[in-house]
Structures are given as C-alpha cells and as structure tokens.
Design a protein around this ligand. Structure first.
Ligand SMILES: [Zn+2]
Length: 382
C-alpha cells in the first residue's frame, strides 16, 4: 500500500484519485455529544481548532524510515503552519506509536488514517476469500478486483469481515496521543468513476454496470431477501430498487457508527475522508456521510478529477456544510494540490473558508511544492 501510494504520486491521476478517494478528517472543538468520552477528546483536540482555520495534510509512513527522517518532515509541516497530520501506517499501531511523540514535539495533532473497507495487502483478510465483496456479475474482489489491482473491497455485511475491520480500528484507536481514527475507503467500490478518469479506462458509465456493482455475495443477498422478500440477483434493473440502495448505504453507516463507539470508548475522535458532498457520494460510491456518527469529515473536493473549476470547491463545501447543520460533525475541505498553481491553491483555500469549512486538508504532504507552501503560509496571515 505504501508503494501504491508512492506510485500514485508519480504515475497518473487515476491512481492518485483512487488511492485518495476516501479520506477525510475532522477536528473538533464542539464535541458536546457525549460528555464522558468527549471530555477526553476535547483535551486531545488542542486549542488550535478553536483559534483558527485548521490546516491538515495526509501522509503515508513507511516503517523503514528513520525517526530523524520523520522529524525533518514534521518540522517542515510545523514551520509551514500545519496543525494536524493524518498518517497512514498501513494499520500498524507500533509505527503509529513511534510517530506520535515526534509530531507532538512540533505541536502537531496525529490522526490514524486507515484504508477501511478496501483492504489491499491485508494478510489476515487474504486467508478468507469469502470475506471479499462480489460484483453483480459474480466476480470477487479477492481475485478479480474492479478497475485496479489494489481494489480489495471486503463485504461490509459479513460478520467476520466487519469484525476484522473493527478490530483494526480498535488497535489504532488505542495508540496513546492520537487525536482521531481516520476512516478512508469507507464506502463501496465506485459504481461511477469521476468523469475525469473515465477516458483513462476507456470506459463509458451511463448506467450502473454489473462489473462495478457490489455486493452480491450470498450473505448480502440472503439478508436483504429475508427483510424485503425480494432478491437483488433477480432484479432486471437493480439501480432503481430503493431498498437495495438503502440497504447498502446503511451497511456503510453501520460500520461508521460502530467505529464511533470504539474510538470514543478509547477517548479518541472519529474522522473520515469522504466524497465531495452527500448526494454525490451516494450516487458514486453509496456513501451517505451526512447521516453518520462522525466528529469530522474531510470531503475530498478534488476538482480536477471531476473536470471542475476552483469555484466548485466552494459549491461542494457549502453543500456539505448545509447538509451537516444540526449535527455535531465538522467539515474540513480536502484539496488535491498537485497540478494546482499557487494562485489556484490560494483561491481553493479561500473557497473552503468563505463557504463554511473549519479548515482544509492537503493531499498530500510530500507533494506540496515550495511555491504552494508560500501560499499556505500567506493564508494564515490573512
Ligand atoms: Zn456481501
């Protein structure tokens, strides 16, 4: 995964997008929901969130790197005003424990970022081929993943795969000094890819295609049939069956809500990387994040993947902020920095800010250029 991540930075947009596609972050100074757990959490979530617009970045950590190398990287983030880093340790709590004190030295919050339902390289899951999601045309992500080799989606319904995912969340949530567990790939595989990526696959996706439609494993279809007295395998057009759609939205929500309990029981927050705004997330990946129990979301409002301009970042941010009204969930806009000019980046941050985001998160830390850092530093002075 780390290699994939690296590859994605150097190869093409598709890789970049697919790898990034699910994370979000959150921060909060307003966690009033659960007095007991939240009191711990508020302490963890330092004053930074309250006093200013928060700046985050996503990074992937490789175990082989030295502490000195991480120290240098974190110092750079601190020098440029980053308040929080989301670290993907490939689910490794030991590596995460090693990094927390280094980040603390620079007063940077650490968030435990993990690929949640998509689990490439998961040695435990690989021992259980039946845990993987199955497409409408009968192909398992275990050995015939859609789009790219690292799309190893698990079935979100099956007891064993769910428990495995939740145990990984618990492991990272127990790491001392971590501010939140950060859900990424907390969704189904893309039923529709972002429009900007379709040409790379030579694909047309005007309807829900069987190859990209999940999960039709026996556990999912049996459970659905018991409840609704109809079997998705018999549908001539599954896309128009609302119960089937809703069943899947609720399966993702159920994992999030369990994760919320686990993280709060461990005195941590729950944050998530999500698709740009709720209706879009619902349409593309069956992810309805405005209905989740989550402390903060970091929608990946990556305009370039959707052939959209910078002002669309404002549009999507505003939509998400509106949809979250009345909840305890904060929104911090995710910005995809590669290919952005300094001027574009300045406007992207501005669009997030004026449309109600509590902060912005950059994908990803190592990709930020010196010119972009200058822009980031300048925004803090305005
Ligand atoms: Zn299933």
């Amino acid at each position: 995964m780390e290699n994939l991540k690296h590859t994605m930075m150097t190869k093409n947009n598709l890789f970049k997008f697919l790898t990034i596609s699910t994370f979000l972050l959150a921060t909060s100074c307003e966690l009033k929901k659960e007095p007991t757990a939240a009191s711990n959490v508020q302490v963890t979530y330092t004053e930074t969130a309250e006093k200013s617009f928060k700046l985050w970045t996503w990074i992937t950590a490789e175990k082989a790197r030295t502490n000195e190398s991480f120290d240098e990287e974190f110092k750079k983030y601190s020098d440029n005003g980053i308040n929080a880093i989301l670290i993907n340790t490939n689910g490794d709590p030991v590596l995460l424990s090693r990094l927390v004190p280094i980040a603390k030295k620079y007063n940077i919050e650490v968030h435990a970022w993990m690929f949640t339902i998509n689990r490439p390289g998961d040695k435990i899951a690989e021992q259980h081929p039946e845990w993987y999601a199955v497409s409408r045309d009968g192909k398992s992500c275990f050995d015939e993943p859609p789009y790219v080799g690292y799309y190893k989606w698990l079935c979100p319904t099956r007891k064993e795969s769910r428990e495995h995912i939740l145990s990984l969340i618990e492991g990272l949530s127990k790491v001392e000094g971590v501010a939140s567990f950060h859900l990424d790939y907390i969704r189904y595989s893309d039923i529709f890819l972002p429009i900007g990526l379709l040409p790379k696959y030579d694909l047309k996706q005007e309807i829900e295609l069987p190859r990209f439609d999940f999960c039709y494993c026996d556990v999912c279809t049996t459970e659905f049939e018991e409840e609704h007295h109809k079997n998705p395998k018999d549908f001539s057009n599954p896309a128009i069956d609302m119960e089937w759609k809703n069943f899947r939205l609720n399966k993702v929500k159920a994992i999030v809500d369990e994760a919320y309990k686990i993280t709060h029981d461990n005195g941590k927050l729950l944050t998530a990387a999500v698709f740009p705004y709720p209706e879009m997330a619902d349409h593309m990946v069956r992810q309805r994040w405005d209905k989740w129990n989550v402390d903060a979301v970091l929608p990946m409002i990556y305009n370039v993947f959707y052939n959209e301009e910078i002002d669309w970042i404002g549009y999507a941010t505003k939509q998400g902020v509106e949809d979250l009204k009345g909840t305890n969930t904060e929104l911090h806009t995710g910005i995809y920095v590669p290919e952005m000019t300094a001027l574009d980046l300045k406007e992207a941050i501005n669009q997030a800010k004026i449309n109600g985001a509590k902060g912005v998160s950059f994908f990803d830390g190592p990709a930020i250029t010196e010119e972009q850092w200058q822009t980031i530093r300048d925004t803090q002075n305005n």
